[in-house]
Design a protein around this ligand. Structure first.
Ligand SMILES: Cc1cc2nc3c(=O)[nH]c(=O)nc-3n(C[C@H](O)[C@H](O)[C@H](O)COP(=O)(O)OP(=O)(O)OC[C@H]3O[C@@H](n4cnc5c(N)ncnc54)[C@H](O)[C@@H]3O)c2cc1C
Length: 410
């Protein structure tokens, strides 16, 4: 039986581990936190996921919360200023619902499932020495440690990395008491140009259905005030204040907010980075990175967990196709390139939203407000960002694309 070790039991590691067990592999997963640590810890993400990624989880019987998790039915995007001027306002249902299950619920449940299916879960902080040991005893070692330190095993790819510093200070606030939207539940995006973004959607957490507030604060700007905060109550107060001040159209929904729990908060920064896929250990043995280790995006477009699931799909297929052959550096590079062939579009979509919008994107958003079919196309791009190319990135293609919808609806 072929032996595979995965370092990191998060969205990517657990999904791949369970997928490999189903195909008869001997799988070891190494996690620096136990299920109990994760369940009792701080929130790690807002983890909104969409149809394609959820579909890959569903194929392996991993969508355990379909009946309890509130759906994300569509997208509503607005851009405006604090004085109430509106520049963009469009909304659309998506082809299929999205969902966000708190990783504090999801990862412990998947760890349990992994073990019940015969996987070996080791709880330890894996360093280079431990990985050497696993590499000696395994046919393949994958590193799925997310934003953790081990990412340094993989060289930054300067050509594919657009930024070398964080573009936003990000805060998460899990709340109860948000007034529901009147039309459909949504990935609710508000943009205050030059200042930041407010993104909210429903989710499932320890205390039941909730809403997640994700504030993306431009570094050094007027929303970047999180160093003032030291308690959960202060965190909630600042989140509410920033919404009132910079996204006043959303304030009426936020009059009665309370935290889901004191751990339902997070503040952080992410440097969007693409890394080279093969890490070389001191012994010369090779390991393959995956998901956030290799393609780390700012959460502004909510793509990281989706990307992790899509990466698992590519890697799982590639491992199965490889049969009994050695997992050498060439195979590792080719496997990552298959993933990057898709992930590059997710990265491009996300990086575009970290910079002032190019004129053709503003044109597309304006057209979305006029044309529901066009709006649906853009809403569905959160599920499949590849569908935005080429028109999202090219003024001539954007005109042609908008025009094609005008003809179609005439
Ligand atoms: C604020 C914020 C909001 C986000 N919102 C969204 C969203 O709405 N939608 C979306 O799709 N994505 C979102 N993301 C991104 C998403 O959470 C990640 O992209 C996704 O979890 C990546 O999966 P992963 O398996 O690569 O890493 P992770 O899920 O981070 O898992 C890595 C695991 O490895 C473990 N680990 C680390 N180091 C070691 C070690 N040395 N030894 C053993 N174990 C180790 C960690 O404890 C962790 O359990 C968000 C991220 C942030 C920060």
């Amino acid at each position: 039986m072929r032996k595979i070790t995965i370092i990191g039991a998060g969205q990517a590691g657990l999904h791949l581990g369970i997928g490999l067990l189903a195909k008869g592999f001997d799988v070891t997963l190494v996690s620096n936190r136990s299920a109990a640590d994760i369940a009792a810890g701080k929130v790690m993400s807002s983890q909104s996921m969409y149809d394609m990624a959820i579909g890959y989880e569903r194929e392996l019987g991993l969508t355990l919360w379909d009946e309890h998790c509130p759906p994300i039915e569509g997208v509503h995007m607005r851009a405006g200023t604090r004085d109430g001027a509106t520049m963009v306002d469009w909304r659309s249902r998506m082809r299929a619902n999205g969902q966000s299950v708190d990783q504090r619920i999801k990862m412990p449940a998947w760890m349990d499932l992994f073990q019940r299916k015969g996987g070996r879960l080791v709880v330890e902080e894996a360093g280079i020495a431990e990985i050497e040991g696993y590499a000696e005893r395994s046919d393949l070692v994958l590193v799925a440690t997310g934003k953790g330190e081990l990412g340094r095993l993989f060289e930054r790819d300067a050509e594919r990395s657009v930024f070398d510093h964080p573009m936003r200070t990000i805060s998460l606030t899990y709340v109860h008491g948000m007034k529901p939207r009147e039309d459909f539940s949504a990935l609710n995006i508000s943009i205050n140009p030059g200042i930041g973004e407010y993104v909210n959607f429903p989710a499932l957490t320890h205390t039941g259905p909730c809403d997640i507030i994700n504030l993306e604060c431009i570094e050094g700007g007027p929303m970047d005030r999180w160093s003032e905060v030291s308690t959960p109550a202060e965190h909630l107060a600042l989140a509410t204040e920033l919404i009132h001040e910079f996204f006043p159209w959303e304030a009426p929904r936020c009059a009665q907010l309370r935290l889901t729990d004191d751990n339902g908060i997070l503040v952080g920064r992410v440097t969007p980075t693409v890394r080279k896929p093969v890490g070389t250990l001191p012994s010369g043995r090779r390991v393959l990175g995956m998901a956030d280790v290799l393609v780390l995006n700012d959460p502004i477009t909510g793509q990281g967990s989706n990307n992790a699931a899509k990466c698992v799909k590519v890697y799982l297929d590639a491992i199965l196709e490889h049969g009994a052959r050695t997992f050498d550096a060439d195979w590792m590079s080719e496997t990552f390139e298959r993933y990057w062939d898709y992930a590059q579009w997710v990265t491009r979509f996300t990086n575009t939203h970290l910079l002032p919008p190019p004129p053709q994107v503003l044109k597309v958003f304006a057209a979305c407000g006029e044309n529901p079919r066009l709006a649906a196309r853009v809403a569905n791009a959160f599920d499949d960002p590849k569908g935005l190319a080429p028109w999202y990135y090219d003024p001539v293609e954007a005109d042609r694309f908008i025009e094609s919808f005008a003809v179609a609806t005439a």
